[in-house]
Structures are given as structure tokens and as C-alpha cells.
Design a protein. Structure first.
Length: 385
């Protein structure tokens, strides 16, 4: 079969168009790589003997966040952090639910999470560990991506085998979802083994450890403490509320600053350090500076009436310029917080070396959770400095 020169030219022209279309279409439909995640479910026994555990949990939140905030994945990408909170062992909770209650699902709103921890109160009841683990596995939206670090920390005491859902059922569900289960017994290690807390730690490649729930963190004053609090005040001044709930969230931010500082100076400073890390402390839902980083078009959808009074009569261009200034200001403050915190940690480590003989070696929720996260994150190619 012979083709005319005109027909051959037309054929190659068509092939070229199809090729260009296919190339263009493949570029437009390619997906941006998903940000890796660290998903953590904290399951706390709130029965009558756990006052010390709750107090430690309030303080250890920020150390845990700071530890995860140092994680880096391939390409120097920081993982997204989501934390859920459950209580179990409260007699006033629904018996049909095994006295288990979800306080919050996976959220990145650390102020709300801290507020929820401060709202926990102890009250005697039956502690059904298998039930609370199973509930968290079934109710939470665990990400299916295998490269994500998905982990449960359950802390408490009494026999682990209580309740109508056995740990074997919970372990099977954990393995199916790729979730690691870590058990933390509050009390003597051998007593924890007698009460079977080491069993669930064996499922999902997790760990079993014990803590002294009544141990107090030793406060070591440093020359950098007051400067960090000054930086925190300046940092709070860079937040610009928007939306009808914006001012309420800003009030919650201030409330949690006071609550953590009142509990202990170290808890307050660890919170400040977390706030200084833009990868973990983000408030895009109510802060215009964070929201503008996530979405350039947010300024076009603003309800002007929900902005601070000083911005309501400004043009959108003036507001945009103001937000850029606040963003630059915040970055500079966060950098200063990071530097001061390194200096503070170096000072504390040097003091610990000097006072090694008097060092309190009692494991706490803070020390054990940090140790576990550092070890397990490596399994998912997450390096923690």
C-alpha cells in the first residue's frame, strides 16, 4: 500500500499531537507525593489510683511532640503529626462500651489536645485494656499507607486481661492495620508482668515498659528560661485571628500557656519549644498567617467582619502585606526559640552530669515514650536528631 506525501505528513502530525497530549495529560494528572504521617493514640487509665499518670501525661505531651517534631523522612520532609486521646476505667462511662471513651480523634490542634488532657479527672472503675485498644483501632481513621508510623501507647495498672475483648483480638486488629502497640505499666515491672502487661507489648512489634506514675520531674533552672518566656509572648503577638471561632481559639492558646506553666516551668518551656516548631504547631483553622501559607486564596474568601478591628478597614492588598510581615516576624522568633532551647538543653545536660550521683533514675511517662518513639520511628525511615 502506498501513501501520498500529504497523507504521511498528516499521519506524523497526528502522532505528534497525540504524543504531546499524552505527555501534557500525564503531567497534569500526576499526584503530589503524600506527606508521611505519625499517628499516635494515647490510651490512659483514669481509675482512682492514676492521678500521677494524668499529671505526667499533661506534661509529657510537649516532650512527645518535640521528639516527633525532630523527625525527618526521605528528602528532609517533616511528617504530619496526628494525636488521638482515649480514657478508660471510668465507672461513669458506658458499660456497653467497656467504660471506654474517645476524648478526641486524630487531630493536629495541640491546644485542644492539651486542654483535653487537663480536663481528665480520675474516678474508680474497671480497666478493660483489650477493649480500649480494640475501640481505638476500629474508631480512629488510621492511614493505610505502610510508610506511616502508627502507634498506640496504653498506660495503666491492674490485670491486663479484664473485660470481654481479649488482647489477642486487639493484637490481630493492630497487625492488620499496621499499628504498633506499646504497653506502659504504672508500678513495679515484675508486678506488671504478673498482671500480663507484657503480652500486648508483644503484638505489632511493640514494647512493654513500666514507670513510676508518682515520680516528679526534677526542675533545673537555666539562664535561658526567662528569655524563652519573653519569646513566647512575642510569638503570640504574631497570631492573626479569622473566622467566627478565631478569638476563642486564641483565648485557648493563652489558657494552655498558663495551664502548662502553672503545672511546672519545664512543661511550660517544652510547650514554648513546640510552638516554635512550625512543622508541628500549626493553627491554619483560625490563624491567618498559617492559613495563608497553606492556601494563597484564603484572603479572597475572608469574612472581613471576623478579622481583628484594626484590619477590617484595610484593603486586601494591605492585609496581605500585613500577613507577610507577621509571617516573617514569626519565623525570626521561632528561630530564636530554637537557638535558646538548644542552649538550655546543653546547660541542663551539663548540670545532670555534675549531679549524676543524685540523679533520679525513676522512669516516667515522658522518658519512656521518648525512648520508644526514637527507636520505632527508625523502622519507617524517620530519623530523629
Amino acid at each position: 500500500m502506498k501513501f501520498s506525501a500529504k497523507a504521511i505528513t498528516a499521519l506524523f502530525s497526528t502522532i505528534g499531537i497525540v504524543t504531546i497530549f499524552a505527555f501534557t495529560n500525564s503531567k497534569t494528572t500526576s499526584k503530589k507525593p503524600l506527606q508521611p504521617k505519625i499517628q499516635v493514640a494515647i490510651l490512659l487509665d483514669v481509675s482512682g489510683s492514676m492521678d500521677g499518670l494524668i499529671e505526667q501525661a499533661k506534661a509529657q505531651l510537649w516532650n512527645m511532640v518535640n521528639t516527633m517534631g525532630k523527625a525527618k523522612c526521605t528528602g528532609d520532609v517533616a511528617p504530619k503529626i496526628e494525636i488521638a486521646l482515649y480514657e478508660y476505667g471510668r465507672s461513669t462511662n458506658d458499660i456497653k462500651q467497656g467504660y471506654v471513651k474517645q476524648i478526641n480523634g486524630f487531630i493536629g490542634d495541640l491546644d485542644s489536645l492539651s486542654q483535653n488532657l487537663f480536663s481528665l479527672k480520675t474516678n474508680g472503675g474497671d480497666e478493660f485494656c483489650g477493649h480500649v485498644i480494640y475501640s481505638s483501632l476500629q474508631e480512629l481513621k488510621w492511614d493505610e499507607a505502610p510508610q506511616n508510623y502508627k502507634v498506640i501507647f496504653i498506660a495503666g495498672n491492674e490485670d491486663f486481661l479484664q473485660g470481654d475483648i481479649q488482647y489477642t483480638t486487639s493484637c490481630a486488629a493492630a497487625k492488620q492495620k499496621g499499628v504498633i502497640v506499646n504497653t506502659i505499666y504504672c508500678g513495679d515491672r515484675m508486678q506488671g508482668i504478673k498482671e500480663h502487661w507484657n503480652l500486648a507489648g508483644e503484638c505489632g512489634n511493640g514494647s512493654f515498659t513500666n514507670i513510676n506514675q508518682d515520680a516528679k520531674t526534677i526542675e533545673i533552672p537555666t539562664p535561658y528560661d526567662s528569655m524563652l518566656y519573653v519569646m513566647n509572648t512575642k510569638l503570640n503577638g504574631t497570631y492573626v485571628t479569622y473566622g467566627w471561632a478565631g478569638r476563642n481559639y486564641q483565648a485557648k492558646q493563652a489558657e494552655m500557656d498558663v495551664a502548662n506553666t502553672t503545672m511546672s516551668k519545664s512543661a511550660g518551656i517544652k510547650r514554648i519549644t513546640a510552638k516554635g516548631n512550625s512543622a508541628v504547631y500549626k493553627n491554619s483553622s483560625w490563624d491567618l498567617v498559617d492559613a495563608a501559607k497553606d492556601n494563597d486564596g484564603v484572603l479572597d474568601k475572608l469574612e472581613i467582619k471576623t478579622l481583628p478591628d484594626s484590619l477590617q478597614k484595610k484593603s486586601k492588598e494591605e492585609i496581605k502585606t500585613f500577613i507577610t510581615q507577621k509571617s516573617n516576624e514569626r519565623t525570626a522568633i521561632q528561630n530564636q526559640i530554637a537557638v535558646l532551647n538548644v542552649q538550655r538543653e546543653n546547660f541542663i545536660n551539663a548540670e545532670k552530669v555534675k549531679n549524676a550521683a543524685n540523679k533520679n533514675n525513676a522512669p516516667t511517662l515522658e522518658t519512656e515514650v521518648e525512648k520508644i518513639i526514637r527507636e520505632q520511628a527508625r523502622r519507617f525511615n524517620m530519623q530523629i536528631q
